[in-house]
Design a binder for this molecule. Structure first.
Ligand SMILES: [Zn+2]
Length: 472
């Protein structure tokens, strides 16, 4: 058989590919649970995008299946095993500040603009045309090829949860929903709260202030960029205010202090960052906890703030907690304290986002943590854990995708590991494979989201060859 020129095959279908990508981008497929129906459990827009893909596939001769109106698939080929391509057609809300209609799919300077252009409708259409090319070339395959289309990736993954409860798990697959070359390892992600479990103790320590409330951060996976506390100060607040002013200055933190309804209010501003690398931010909550831990405050608050400052201030690696861990595949265990709160009535809480390496066992980590927490009078609540995800480097899937990527780009296919979670982790043996090429700006979830048309075509050719090589 002649060598297939994958890029030529893409060029032949280029106009149709762009037209279909535009149509998909013009559907406002944002989660809309308020207007949910049985037919459209996540809202009309999301359902319309799913239907669009299923109808397109049916017209082109793929076998479509709607799975509970939450997900669906398009399949062709025959064989025992399935090669899965996992995509999603829901998008995050468009937000403000766009230069053109976020659902206009306008093309300017070789880029197609629209919410979902790179995440994940552009790549979905690229993968769809890749599958279509392999089918139209009539190449002999030994596996079935199945595009699985999710509609809740941006929120709770109810699509893939439901899908894999009812449908077969592919033997291998990839998700065109992150970066090229290949993301083969992702840390485990555990979210939980540490809740103060403290019994009143008599103390003779001098108390200069009582903390009434403290709040910082709203999401486990973000570094809080703001913290606020209200204090009842027993005598003159001047000392405390001076100490706070010095603290802000020393740590180069913007902040404020003022009296409101007779209470001393303290505010601090930090720097927000994604929770996968807390050191990229400045945790406003932990700074304020550090400050309050050094004041002569009431015993309950003192217990909480000392705990927070002792174990988390300037330590995002779990060293002080005794749970640090690192491996060569995914690097360090990281801890982001994304939510902090304290009230006089209900006590204190810390909401943690722990990302742990692929060779680390969360059960062991949790056990050792619980030992320490017992002594410190804290308990764990709301524990959730998404296990690490890893495909071995010598696996057929990785070797094949590597070969395809290198042949088509002429670049070495470096294997990447990340602290975040990609859609690939819902597959048993799956990796994230594109669509963002190295060096390209990541504009997913931002205003003026776009995909380079050139990249869309390059990705289509890579996906086509990958599908063929995996399924042949
Ligand atoms: Zn995505």
């Amino acid at each position: 058989m002649n060598v297939i020129d994958w890029q030529k095959e893409v060029e032949r279908r280029q106009d149709a590919l762009i037209e279909d990508a535009k149509k998909l981008l013009q559907i406002k497929s944002v989660l809309d649970e308020e207007n949910a129906t049985e037919e459209a459990p996540l809202g009309e827009g999301v359902k319309e995008a799913l239907d669009f893909m299923l109808q397109l596939g049916e017209k082109d001769g793929f076998t479509p299946k709607n799975v509970g109106n939450l997900a669906g698939h398009l399949e062709f080929g025959q064989g025992e095993d399935i090669v899965g391509i996992l995509c999603h057609v829901d998008v995050v809300p468009e937000g403000d500040g766009w230069s053109s209609d976020p659902y206009g799919a306008e093309i300017r300077d070789g880029k197609i603009f629209g919410r979902g252009a790179i995440d994940d409708k552009g790549p979905t259409m690229a993968a769809y045309y890749a599958m279509k090319i392999v089918k139209e070339l009539g190449l002999p395959l030994n596996k079935r090829v199945r595009m699985i289309i999710g509609t809740d990736e941006e929120s709770d993954w109810r699509c893939v949860d439901h899908y894999f409860e009812h449908e077969e798990m592919p033997a291998m697959g990839f998700a065109p929903d992150a970066d090229f070359p290949i993301i083969y390892a992702e840390k485990g992600i555990a979210d939980f709260d540490l809740v103060q479990n403290w019994k009143e103790q008599k103390s003779d320590a001098e108390v200069k202030a009582k903390v009434l409330s403290f709040q910082s951060g709203r999401r486990y996976n973000m570094v809080p960029d703001f913290a606020k506390a209200s204090l009842e100060v027993t005598n003159e607040p001047t000392d405390t205010v001076q100490l706070y002013a010095d603290f802000l200055k020393k740590n180069e933190l913007p902040g404020k202090y003022y009296i409101e309804n007779g209470l001393l209010m303290l505010e601090a501003e930090g720097v927000s960052a994604h929770g996968m690398e807390p050191n990229n931010g400045k945790n406003a909550g932990l700074y304020m906890a550090k400050f309050l831990s050094e004041l002569k405050i009431d015993p309950k608050a003192s217990h909480y703030f000392q705990f927070a400052a002792t174990y988390f201030y300037e330590d995002s690696r779990g060293k002080k907690l005794g749970i640090s861990y690192s491996d060569d595949i995914t690097g360090d265990l990281t801890i982001n304290v994304g939510k902090l709160s304290y009230t006089e009535e209900s006590g204190g809480r810390l909401g943690l986002n722990v990302r742990y390496p692929v060779t680390n066992k969360m059960d062991d980590t949790k056990d050792s943590l619980e030992g320490l927490l017992k002594e410190e009078h804290f308990i764990i609540e709301n524990f959730t854990d998404s296990k690490p995800h890893h495909v071995a480097e010598d696996d057929f899937l990785i070797q094949t995708l590597k070969k395809v990527y290198e042949e088509q780009t002429g670049e070495k296919a470096e294997l990447l590991s990340i602290g975040g979670g990609t859609y690939a982790r819902s597959l048993k043996s799956g990796v994230a494979f594109g669509p963002l090429f190295p060096g390209r700006e990541d504009i997913a979830h931002q205003k003026d989201e776009y995909m380079h048309i050139e990249d869309m075509l390059r990705a289509t050719a890579i996906y086509a060859q990958a599908i063929y090589e995996l399924a042949k």
